[in-house]
Design a protein around this ligand. Structure first.
Ligand code: HEC
Length: 120
């Protein structure tokens, strides 16, 4: 009986931990603020003013990652990118940056650029 009640308590405990709200940033951000932050935090220095990519950083606009993926990457980047901590740029600010990158139009498909088609 005691073991059973212990199990019930343990079960309730774990259910409680699982039910805790996830600390996830909201999926929407402010693109205008995001643009200012993209400049303030120096993302543009490697990724270009509209995230188009430079010799120092990959193309990140429009983003292929979702907002959680972007935040995860910025916190623990692979390779040459420096990590940005929560003290430097918050999750909410990165959500704004994400919104800014989302507002960048996707590049045209090669088939839609006549000059490139002429080269074939
Ligand atoms: C010093 C140069 C530099 C700065 C500054 C920088 N990045 Fe990067 N970033 C890189 C490089 C280089 C990569 C490509 C991966 C690698 O080799 O490290 C990258 C990759 C990324 C990726 C992953 C791209 C993908 O699709 O896999 C994201 C997202 C990103 N950066 C966002 C940011 C944001 C947001 C900022 C500003 C807070 C920032 N970066 C500032 C150099 C930089």
């Amino acid at each position: 009986m005691r073991i059973l009640s212990l199990l019930v308590i343990a079960g309730a405990f774990f259910a409680g931990t699982l039910a805790l709200p996830q600390t996830q940033a909201p999926a929407t951000g402010d693109a205008e603020k995001g643009k200012a932050l993209f400049l303030r935090d120096g993302c543009y220095e490697c990724h270009g003013y509209v995230g188009q990519g430079t010799k120092d950083g990959a193309r990140i606009g429009p983003p292929v990652l979702n907002v959680q993926g972007l935040i995860r990457y910025v916190r623990r980047p692979a390779g040459a990118m420096p990590a940005f901590t929560e003290k430097v740029v918050t999750d909410a600010e990165l959500t704004d940056i994400y919104a800014y990158l989302r507002s960048v139009p996707a590049p045209k498909a090669i088939k839609d650029i006549p000059l490139l088609n002429d080269l074939k």
